[in-house]
Design a protein around this ligand. Sequence first.
Ligand code: UDP
Length: 229
Amino acid sequence: MESYFFCGIRVDKVDFAEIYNSIQADASLYATKQVITLNPEMAYESRTNSALKQAIHDATFVIPDGIGIVAAAKRKGYTLERQPGIELAEYILSKGEKLSFFFYGATPGVAERAIKNLKKRYTFNVVGIENGYAKEEETLEKISKSGADVLLVATGSPKQDLFIYRNKPELGVKLALGIGGSFDVWAGVKKRAPKLMRDLHLEWLWRAGLDPKRWRRLMKAFQFNVTCR
Ligand code: UDP
């Protein structure tokens, strides 16, 4: 795996298979590996949020979940492809017959619906579920007692990434990834952008159009792109 450092961030060139294989590797060490799915808003926020910056630099894998990261990398001479966190999670779930998963995030009931829909497509084991508004301390205890191999945290960024980073020694899972609004998508609460928009790298526009609250985030993304030259 190659790591690229530019504009205060780190991004890796790593494929999904390598991340999946890392779950099996050195399992005896039982150290939690953190995956950060980096978008330009997070990159911009990490300039003033030192914990987030530290988490990005200390994560086991940082993948470019945002065309703005791919574009900035290109300007620096690095070739990356966009790797949405939701697609990484589905890749791991699709190979999850022998793995156990903990789903943490979204409003009550959403994770359950997401799992129901995912189980129509993939075979995997669920050993714990918690909504994203439950008390963190209790959730942490549930996760560490669950014996899960993989923890999916969908509480939005940077909350999800800082939760994983802060609690890495206690989680007791092999791999933990922050995947934003993925449970909402799997549950059918939110839709991903149509394929054509995704192919044109306009998923961000689709999401902002559906949710005006995201416009502020979009400003951060623009600021990252304007300043990362
Ligand atoms: N969420 C949560 N706990 C919180 C705040 C948010 O579980 O304290 C959930 C929210 O219900 C939604 C997800 O986090 O399901 C955030 O989705 P969004 O699309 O904003 O995430 P992004 O991918 O943009 O980080």
